[in-house]
Design a protein around this ligand. Sequence first.
Ligand code: PCA
Length: 195
Amino acid sequence: MILITGFEPFGGETENPSRLSARLAVENLNREGVSAAFLEVPVVFARAGPAVIDKAASVRADVVVCVGVAGDRKLISLERTAYNVKRGRIPDNDGAKPDGEIILPGPNTLTTRLPVSKALDAIKAAGIPVEISDDAGRYVCNTLLYTVVAQLPEETPAGFVHVPQASEVSIEKQAEALQIVAMLALEQVKAQTLG
Ligand code: PCA
């Protein structure tokens, strides 16, 4: 089972491309006969991580791909590194505005468990603009990446992808990239189970 999550709108926007592309990726996978579930996540420091951890447990997710928008980027960013710091330039959707606190007791950085190098090549080969990033910001997206890597079982590939606005990369292309990441991660799980 693959879980792909997207965020609700925030910061005065009326839409968030991450929830559109995450939902479309799940629909496409289901149509292809792959079990996948979608979750819309609140843009709230305190609630985003727990919402995804609960959903992953309830659907028994083998793979968790979280998605958010980075409105100033032009490429799909496969986020490799989470920092144990939360900071809000703007308040979250519950009005919280942390200023440099730690997310959880734990290391200063954590590394994604999604196969980002393989995914980079495969997404490029599909003609979709993509990069690997070591900076997911310090807002709710970075907090979610840190939390899923810290709290999901170690054998569960889990990580985070930032998508640009739909005007830079269409929702269809974003969804295709998310499907590629998720399927490569699922192959990794299957290879481990068989090996
Ligand atoms: N992007 C924000 C939070 C929600 C979203 O879609 C971020 O990059 O932290």
